[in-house]
Design a protein around this ligand. Structure first.
Ligand SMILES: *[C@@H]1O[C@H](CO)[C@@H](O)[C@H](O)[C@H]1NC(C)=O
Ligand SMILES: *[C@@H]1O[C@H](CO)[C@@H](O)[C@H](O)[C@H]1NC(C)=O
Ligand SMILES: *[C@@H]1O[C@H](CO)[C@@H](O)[C@H](O)[C@H]1NC(C)=O
Length: 165
């Protein structure tokens, strides 16, 4: 289970470096604890066991279980410069772990907020935004999702890769 997270963190770190070179600069509102790679890894773990074989199923696609409106709100990142308006752009991106990671990262930055009103915007808030969406993240989380998320967070910190920078 954790190997998926590690794989994800490594592959996503590489992609993030690429994105930073080319992507637009964003201005997170409150930079208490930013949206780090281990955080994305734990969200992925919680939502799908970070299962890289998952494709589209109903209205969700890929290992982050992304919906079309979520992808649209994330700025419609695409794989291999595919046209954003292409009918396959959403599925191709959501089913590609690097593109899906970019979509999630963009979405979480866009809706960054203190969902549980504890004075800190941390990975719990990002997990809540991912699960409940950016317009209503303050409600309770599904137990299974919450438990998988907190277990992953603890494992990552035990492994010493949870540097919150
Ligand atoms: C990943 O998802 C596939 C397809 O739903 C499933 O068959 C497989 O058991 C899952 N693997 C893990 C490790 O959860
Ligand atoms: C995609 O569609 C939007 C809205 O219809 C349009 O404004 C935009 O120019 C289109 N982009 C491309 C690349 O075709
Ligand atoms: C998008 O998906 C279609 C259909 O699955 C596929 O044929 C195409 O190669 C994909 N495009 C990219 C850029 O991945």
């Amino acid at each position: 289970m954790i190997s998926y997270v590690i794989f994800f963190i490594v592959s996503f770190t590489i992609s993030l470096l690429d994105c930073k070179a080319a992507g637009p600069t964003s201005n997170p509102v409150v930079k208490v604890q930013p949206n780090t790679n281990w955080c994305l890894g734990c969200i992925c773990e919680a939502i799908s066991n970070c299962n890289r074989t998952l494709k589209c199923d109903g209205d969700v696609c890929g290992l982050f279980r992304i919906t079309w409106p979520y992808w649209a709100d994330s700025g419609k990142p695409t794989v291999n410069n595919e046209d954003k308006n292409s009918t396959t752009a959403y599925a191709n991106c959501s089913n590609n772990e690097v593109c899906a990671g970019t979509a999630v990262s963009n979405y979480l930055k866009k809706f960054s907020q203190d969902c549980n009103k504890d004075g800190v915007i941390d990975c719990y808030d990002y997990a809540a935004i991912h699960y409940r969406g950016g317009y209503g993240c303050s409600g309770p989380l599904n137990n299974e999702y919450f438990n998988k998320f907190t277990t992953c967070e603890k494992h990552i910190q035990t492994l010493g890769t949870g540097t919150r920078t």
